[in-house]
Design a protein around this ligand. Structure first.
Ligand SMILES: O=P(O)(O)OC[C@H]1O[C@H](OP(=O)(O)O)[C@H](O)[C@@H]1O
Length: 325
């Protein structure tokens, strides 16, 4: 078989660029955009044969897959949509792919609402919640708690280098939640006031490890030391099936310009130029399961050590590349 894949629709390429540049970001939002992009590819395809159509969809999936490596919601979304592509003719393939993408998007949104209801049960009236980064799954729990009439307060970590905490702060203020915004280094000091740490996840490994925005693991260790429970809000689309067979989750390294500007780099490097100056910018870290109290999904809440049971039930043992024929 010829492995070279055809060019993708410009809209798919644009979505891929937006994901890579983090114009579209957050694990669930990325999955939603990827499903939408596959539907656009299917809709616009002028393939003359079912085989050409399938190759175009695989090419689109590969382009989207190669944008960011850590959030497993992306390959899980691509796999789900492509596995629903069925039919003998191009028009049947097109219709089934579009329907499957729509089904995925509806399920994603319903799962997040359900997760929010479950997560909100952990929150009591008057609780103070510390957040890290910006997670729509975590926000869903807070929104459900507020809708239940609970008074919730938030301590929002800024989350360097991209300061996604600002997005969280803005959305919490829209909900009427009082927000204290703090720099990341202040987190331990403010844990004294917190009843919960609430974060999202980009991937959950089979052993219950949580892969989330850089800084999550340090926060979780400090929370354990302070006796503050750590709750992870993660739809089952964040479960990483490959970790059941020993694979590890790749941690994305992003550009140094997110940390220092060219001017700042030149200033630090001084007269020695920049040979000896390395700036590293890992986007995520791994929080071991012993620092996590509960993983909240749309299927209920789980102690991290038991998440593998749910993972087996949902994914079986094998996965494969999303675009594999
Ligand atoms: O799916 P939701 O809960 O929205 O987000 C999950 C996670 O995705 C984000 O990654 P990034 O900002 O895309 O690097 C954050 O790490 C966040 O906790």
């Amino acid at each position: 078989m010829n492995d070279s894949l055809p060019a993708v629709d410009p809209d798919v390429a644009a979505t891929a660029d937006d994901i890579a540049e983090m114009e579209i970001r957050g694990a669930a939002t990325i999955a939603d955009a990827a499903a939408e992009a596959l539907a656009r590819q299917a809709e616009r395809s002028e393939a003359a044969s079912p085989e050409v159509f399938r190759r175009q969809l695989r090419a689109a999936a590969k382009t989207l897959y190669e944008t960011r490596p850590t959030a497993v919601s992306l390959p899980n979304a691509l796999r789900y949509v492509l596995r629903g592509m069925s039919g003998e003719t191009v028009s049947e393939l097109r219709a089934s792919t579009i329907a499957r993408a729509e089904e995925f998007q509806v399920d994603l949104s319903q799962a997040q609402s359900k997760l929010g209801e479950i997560g909100s049960n952990r929150l009591r009236d008057g609780d103070v919640v510390m957040t890290h980064c910006h997670s729509t799954d975590a926000l869903s729990c807070l929104e459900a708690a507020v809708e239940d009439g609970k008074e919730i307060e938030a301590i929002v970590k800024e989350t360097r280098p991209r300061k996604q905490g600002h997005i969280t702060a803005r959305q919490l203020r829209e909900l009427g939640v009082p927000v204290t915004l703090v720099v990341d280094n202040a987190a331990r000091r403010y844990l004294d006031r917190a009843d919960h740490v609430l974060v999202g996840a980009d991937s959950i490994a089979a052993d219950g490890s949580v892969i989330n925005k850089i800084g999550t693991s340090g926060l979780a260790v400090n929370a354990r030391e302070r006796g503050v429970p750590v709750m992870v809000a993660a739809q089952t689309i964040k479960l990483h099936p490959d970790t059941m067979t020993g694979h590890t989750v790749e941690i994305e390294m992003r550009a140094e310009r997110e940390v220092v500007s060219d001017e700042q780099r030149a200033d630090i490097a001084g007269e020695r130029a920049d040979d000896g100056l390395v700036v590293e910018n890992p986007a995520f870290d791994v929080t071991p399961p012993r620092y996590v109290d509960a993983i909240v999904t749309e299927r209920g809440q789980f102690p991290p050590e038991s998440i593998v049971i749910l993972m087996r039930e949902l994914f079986g043992e094998t996965t494969g590349e999303p675009w594999a024929p």
